[in-house]
Design a protein around this ligand. Structure first.
Ligand SMILES: [Zn+2]
Length: 107
C-alpha cells in the first residue's frame, strides 16, 4: 500500500469546529517570523478562523493552530508588533488605575 504524502495536509483541511472536509478553506499567508510561517485559515462552511504557525524541523514540520475571532489584518498587525515589554505592562497598569479608562477605550 502506497503512503499518501499529502496526509498531513489533509489533517489541517478539516475544520476543528464543524469538521467540514469537502470545502477547501481559505488560506492566507500572513508573514514569516523566526518561529516559522504564520497562516490565517478560514473555514468555507462555518467561517471559523484559525491562526496557524507552520515551522519546519529536521525530519518534518510542526503545525500549531489556535482558533481566533480576529481578522487577518489584525493578526498581521499584532505579529509585526513584537513581544510585550515591561514598559507595556507598566503602561497598562497605570491606564487601569485611571477613572476614565473604559471611556478612553471607546473613544
Ligand atoms: Zn467549519
Amino acid at each position: 500500500m502506497e503512503k499518501d504524502p499529502f496526509k498531513p495536509l489533509k489533517i489541517i483541511s478539516e475544520c476543528p469546529v464543524c469538521h467540514e472536509r469537502r470545502s477547501a478553506p481559505q488560506v492566507q499567508f500572513i508573514n514569516d517570523c523566526p518561529e516559522g510561517n504564520l497562516l490565517y485559515v478560514q473555514c468555507a462552511n462555518c467561517a471559523s478562523r484559525l491562526v496557524v504557525l507552520v515551522s519546519f524541523v529536521p525530519g518534518g514540520m510542526n503545525l500549531l493552530g489556535v482558533l481566533t475571532d480576529l481578522e487577518s489584518n489584525e493578526i498581521k498587525k499584532f505579529s509585526e508588533r513584537g513581544p510585550l515589554k515591561a514598559d507595556d505592562v507598566l503602561e497598562l497598569h497605570q491606564a487601569l488605575g485611571q477613572k476614565d479608562f473604559i471611556k478612553k477605550l471607546t473613544e
